[in-house]
Design a protein around this ligand. Structure first.
Ligand code: RNT
Ligand code: ZN
Length: 413
């Protein structure tokens, strides 16, 4: 008997169909962020995220992608080592100007034509993000909430431009493009006026979202604090949850953007009573950082378990958001992508029906016992089978990273 057939029988005893779980877990797209490959630097000359942008990649591991060709090549190598359906998530700073670079507020579809051509060749869908950071116009720490009308208008134009690009991408690729808005706006310490910036942000989003653009699916991402916005974040969770609810756009929950003892998993059944979908940024908070490489840990498992138990996995749009410049970046990608896919599979293998029955019948001890036992079912063999069916390495994938590092990354100095 193969490892997999032993595992299949064990799960079947609990009423779980492993073949069905494998097929389902492989089909939900994971939108891979392009910015782990280059530490969120982007291709604009001499800008780069940096410390005043609210986000920062730390580390200096060699081999960072320096242009679109290198980034696409890295992505292709990553895709050889991860099972299931994927998309690629771009930021506006990854524009590749054909002639003279265009300013952020004039960026357009043409500058993404190389990405679009490549996505067509690979059969990948693309998602998009306006980049409201890493720019002189963001150096005051305020963008869409700025009291300086000149600054605020500049970023409104950028938001509008990003939506047109997203709609253009959707049309070119025949697949809706999620366009996620995140701003770094906030204050380091004790703002006297917490109200006006939020009122301005609300009206900025109203203007940005006014145009009807089929194919562009907007989302707005909240945050708790950032570098330089420790005390006050304009686009807080309450602001973003309320705005998106009132205006019919997606709320983006980044798993790194909450108080450490808060459960993102527990929010889902509340939020999703009132909205059809959600965007999830799979990420991992670590003390003050919100962007460590995603691991197959309790927190990630609990989020997907909640979605599975609520029969809502297909209502969540899943994207990744982490960046670590201190380890091999290809390995970082593969670890985080595989962890996210594993969490999907793990959740779909949950004996949810049986657990719910025990709970309904008041057998809470039995329920807890089964939850515990389920944790040590032979999950690994089912995961390996998913990889085999997807034609990617089940184990030993680091060899694919090492080989690529020697033949490609080592030549980037
Ligand atoms: C920052 C947000 C945001 C960014 C990316 C680069 O805290 O999580 O999603 O990480 O847009
Ligand atoms: Zn995020």
């Amino acid at each position: 008997m193969s490892d997999y057939s032993i595992a299949k029988d064990r799960y079947a005893e609990l009423g779980v169909d492993t073949d069905r779980a494998i097929a389902r877990a492989a089909k939900y797209p994971i939108s891979i962020h392009c910015w782990q490959a280059d530490d969120v630097a982007g291709f604009e000359p001499s800008l780069g995220a940096g410390g005043d942008s609210g986000i920062m990649a730390t580390g200096s591991f060699p081999g960072r992608a320096r242009n679109g060709d290198e980034l696409r090549s890295d992505m292709q190598q990553v895709l050889r080592l991860v099972p299931g359906a994927h998309r690629l998530n771009l930021h506006a700073i990854y524009a590749e100007p054909m002639g003279k670079p265009k300013p952020r507020d004039e960026v357009d579809l043409e500058q993404f034509s190389r990405w679009i051509d490549w996505a067509k060749e690979c059969g990948l869908g693309l998602d998009f993000n306006p980049t409201y950071f890493a720019h002189p116009m963001a150096s005051s720490g305020a963008t869409l909430s700025s009291a300086d009308e000149n600054v605020r208008r500049f970023w409104i134009r950028h938001g509008i431009a990003s939506r047109r690009i997203a709609a253009g991408i959707a049309k070119e690729l025949g697949s809706p493009c999620v366009n996620n808005h995140w701003i770094p706006d906030g204050a380091k310490d004790s703002p006297a006026d917490r109200w006006s910036p939020r009122a301005r942000l609300r009206s900025s989003y109203d203007e940005i979202l006014a145009e009807s653009l089929p194919g562009c699916i907007d989302s707005i991402e909240s945050k708790l604090f950032g570098l330089g916005s420790e005390d006050y974040v304009v686009g807080s969770y309450e602001f973003c949850a309320s705005y998106t609810q009132a205006n019919g756009v997606l709320l983006c929950l980044d798993m790194g953007h909450f108080h450490p003892t808060e459960s993102v998993a527990d929010k889902l059944s509340g939020l999703m009573q009132f909205r059809e979908g959600l965007l999830l940024h799979a990420s991992r908070p670590m003390r003050w950082d919100s962007d460590h490489v995603v691991l197959f840990d309790d927190v990630l498992r609990s989020v997907f378990l909640e979605l599975a138990r609520g029969k809502a996995i297909d209502r969540a749009t899943v994207a990744l958001d982490f960046f670590d410049a201190s380890i091999n970046r290809i390995a970082a990608y593969v670890i985080g992508i595989r962890a996210t896919r594993k969490a999907m599979l793990y959740a779909l293998l949950d004996p949810s029906d049986e657990l719910r029955r025990l709970e309904r019948e008041g057998k809470l001890g039995e329920k807890l016992a089964l939850m515990e036992e389920a944790k040590t079912l032979p999950f690994g063999f089912v995961w390996e089978e998913l990889c085999r069916r997807a034609n990617v390495p089940a184990v030993g994938w680091m060899a694919g990273v090492d080989e690529y590092s020697k033949s490609v990354l080592a030549n980037r100095n």
